[in-house]
Design a protein around this ligand. Structure first.
Ligand SMILES: Cc1ncc(COP(=O)(O)O)c(C=O)c1O
Length: 403
């Protein structure tokens, strides 16, 4: 058998600290490595595999579409694209859709749309206010939008036009707003920043301020959308409607896709002003339609809410047992568990050894983002493994030194 991990070192750019397993197969909430070892997957392709691995409705849709039509130029009408756009519009507060290939690309397009709106209606205003701790993607502009120094420092100078302000502070947004501002862009819950929840009135205050100033609200629901937080879109839980919303990750169960959705008033692109070769191709959109239809028809968001509650309750139980766990927070099946010291890396390895995949979202925090179709049994299994992993490191130097 090839030594894949050695070959990766030889041939691949080193952009990620990989875990030492090579995955070859997935089914439902489980994946298998090349030695046939099974893992319960609470990383879920980075919050992508909402329906689990290789869900039959997605596999069937992809196979059928692959036999029919995979790619055309966007100069032509294609049916899967229009069906997916219709389903998204019918089930959200937005009116128009543009498809691209990733989350970063969706956010880039959303910022271009807001700048276009600024040119047309706001005397050329172009600045976008974003928050510290946010994550909007890896293109240069989205690195500038993401308020995290570790992503920005290696690439300075960054494109202009992004103001990063304190998260969860309406006063910070007000102070940063000028006659050059065209939009505020936020994740309803900061995912990569550590599953940071807004206070109850933050998003309504942002919406009211943007209405007062005549500027746009862009919600990046790339991680929170499509049922992950217990409603189809997280904005529903905060009682606001965005002018522009971006989606990607779970939309097509792992076939690359991104989407910009906009209210009619903000849908200001004209032909030639934006585009994509692959964006909205029939294959990705067939996978997207099958995924979204299944999520809606089977109330997958409701399942995420109920099972997420079970997960949170179980993690709270572990917090009672292990004093070094300081906080459990999240919505639906986007949940973090924080500790008083930087043990997340050790915990990831201790869980991996025991057959559970979890994500270290911060040095002192784990994040759980399993498929949204899991049941309480899988959560109990994960909690059992996590409990063992916590016990195994409870007496370690890392934990003791934080006391
Ligand atoms: C909220 C949010 N926005 C944007 C992105 C970037 O998406 P992609 O990696 O598909 O470019 C991510 C990825 O983690 C994300 O969580």
């Amino acid at each position: 058998m090839s030594n894949w991990q050695e070959l990766e070192k030889k041939y691949f750019m080193s952009t990620v600290d990989r875990l030492p397993i090579t995955l070859v197969r997935g089914q439902g909430a489980r994946v298998w490595d090349e030695d046939g070892r099974q893992y319960l997957d609470f990383v879920g392709g980075w919050a992508v595999n909402s329906l689990g691995h290789c869900h039959p409705v997605v596999v069937d849709a992809v196979v059928e579409q692959a036999h029919t039509l995979i790619q055309t130029s966007n100069q032509f009408y294609t049916i899967p694209q229009i069906r997916l756009a219709e389903l998204l519009v019918q089930n959200s507060c937005l009116d128009k859709v543009f498809f691209c290939n990733s989350g970063a690309e969706a956010n880039e397009g959303a910022v271009k749309l807001a700048r276009r709106y600024g040119k047309r209606y706001l005397n050329g205003a172009y600045e976008v206010i974003t928050t510290i701790g946010s994550f909007h993607g890896r293109t240069l502009a989205m690195v500038a939008a993401s308020g995290q120094a570790k992503f920005q420092q290696p690439y300075l100078p960054l494109p202009a036009g992004f103001i990063n302000v304190e998260y969860n502070s309406i006063e910070a947004i007000k102070a940063a707003t000028t006659n050059q501002t065209c939009a505020v862009m936020l994740e309803p819950v900061q995912g990569e920043g550590g599953v940071n929840l807004p206070s109850d009135d933050y998003l309504t205050a942002v919406r009211a301020w943007c209405d007062q100033m005549g500027i746009l609200v862009i919600l990046d629901e790339i991680q929170t959308g499509l049922g992950r937080t217990g409603t189809l879109f997280a904005y529903e839980q905060y009682g606001i409607e965005p002018d522009i919303m971006t989606l990607a990750k779970g939309l097509a169960s792992g076939i690359p896709i991104g989407a910009i959705l906009a209210k009619d008033k903000a849908s200001v692109f004209t032909p030639g002003e934006h585009g994509s070769t692959f964006g909205g191709n029939p294959l990705a959109c067939a996978a997207g339609y099958a995924t979204l239809k299944f999520i809606i028809d089977n109330d997958v968001a409701g399942n995420a809410r109920r099972v997420g509650q079970h997960l949170t309750t179980g993690l709270e139980g572990l917090r009672q047992k292990f004093q070094f766990i300081t906080e459990v927070r999240g919505h639906g099946l986007l949940v973090a568990m924080e500790s008083s010291s930087d043990i997340a890396g050790s915990l990831v390895m201790a869980c991996l050894d025991r057959g559970l995949l979890v994500n270290r979202v911060k040095p002192n925090a784990l994040r759980f983002m399993p498929p949204l179709i899991i049941g309480n049994e899988e959560v109990d299994e994960a909690l059992g493994i996590l409990g063992q992993a916590l016990s195994s490191i409870a007496s370690s130097k890392e934990v003791q030194s934080a006391r």
